[in-house]
Design a protein around this ligand. Structure first.
Ligand code: ZN
Length: 297
């Protein structure tokens, strides 16, 4: 089983996690910029965090044979802090970097006016930089939050297939499916979405435009829930090819739209984390549909 985890916060995880993920088949992942639990008080904290995502964490993952990519954004929760509005001005220089494969996580936490303003602004940045978008949907009032999210996506004029709407469940799958956006499901150990529920959704709705992630972070979470979902799929009668589609080809196709995926054997080539010159992606032909290895440098 080869696994591409399209949403996992490795900065919060240990080297033992990296080793277990490699053993489970994880060969590439995307780490979205998000809230760190402890609120940040200045724009400089974001600069250091973003530098860590494109630098040190990528290097650390490579030591364990895993290709690390990230998404960059001002997250919905901290969009409410007036001390951090300057983060929006920082984004363009990071969105131009190799290894940054989407704008995200953007979206809504409490659905305030400030969140909406930051969300709209970042949808425009995604269009400007030709990048996909990773959208966080609120855990409270999920249906209305998702509906509102899809409205803003539509108003922005961005192509729906370049937008991944994440943290979905049984109540939001149909809405997002009808919108043309990509469907993301975060599988948690005890609460929210489980591997068993995920398999039921796949059985009912099929595998199109659907990705599964662990969303593992500093909270109660498990970086191997992608593996468990693949195992439950096989037990339920899905084929190896079906599992490969959900756990590898679908997320690769989505993020390959950035033209910056790096999918070789994942081993570090330089022994430093000093730069994009070591790990350089190439943009695929515009209009050509990326295949399983699409966008690989
Ligand atoms: Zn997240």
């Amino acid at each position: 089983m080869r696994i591409f985890d399209p949403h996992i916060h490795m900065t919060s995880r240990t080297t033992a996690d990296y080793r277990a993920m490699y053993d489970a088949g994880v060969r590439a992942l995307v780490e979205p910029a998000f809230w760190l639990g402890q609120p940040r008080t200045s724009v400089g904290s974001f600069r250091d965090y973003f530098d860590g995502l494109v630098g040190w964490e990528r290097f650390r993952a490579a030591q364990f044979g895993i290709r690390h990519h990230c998404t960059i954004a001002l997250n919905p929760k901290e969009a409410n802090d007036p001390r951090l509005t300057g983060v929006l001005d920082l984004l363009p220089r990071y969105l131009a970097k190799d290894g940054v494969v989407a704008v995200g996580e953007v979206g809504f936490d409490s659905r305030t006016a400030e969140e909406e303003k930051a969300f709209r602004h970042q949808l425009e940045l995604a269009k400007e930089f030709g990048l996909p978008v990773l959208v966080h949907t609120p855990h409270r009032d999920k249906v209305e939050g998702t509906r509102h999210t899809l409205r803003l996506v539509e108003e922005s004029g961005i192509a729906p297939e370049t937008v991944l709407v994440d943290h979905l469940n049984e109540t939001t799958v149909e809405l997002v499916r009808d919108s043309g956006c990509v469907l993301g499901f975060s599988i948690y150990p005890d609460t929210k979405m489980s591997p068993e529920r995920m398999v039921r959704i796949l059985s009912e709705w099929g595998l199109d435009r659907t990705v599964v992630n662990s969303a593992a972070d500093w909270g109660h979470s498990d970086p191997l829930t992608t593996l468990y979902t693949g195992q439950r799929m096989l037990e339920a009668g899905f084929t190896d090819d079906d599992v490969d589609r959900v756990l590898w080809r679908n997320p690769v196709e989505f993020y390959a739209r950035s033209g910056r995926l790096m999918l070789d054997d994942g081993t570090d080539t330089g022994g430093t984390f000093s730069g994009n010159s070591i790990l350089r992606g190439e943009r695929p032909d515009p209009g050509s549909q990326a295949g399983p290895e699409g966008g690989a440098a």
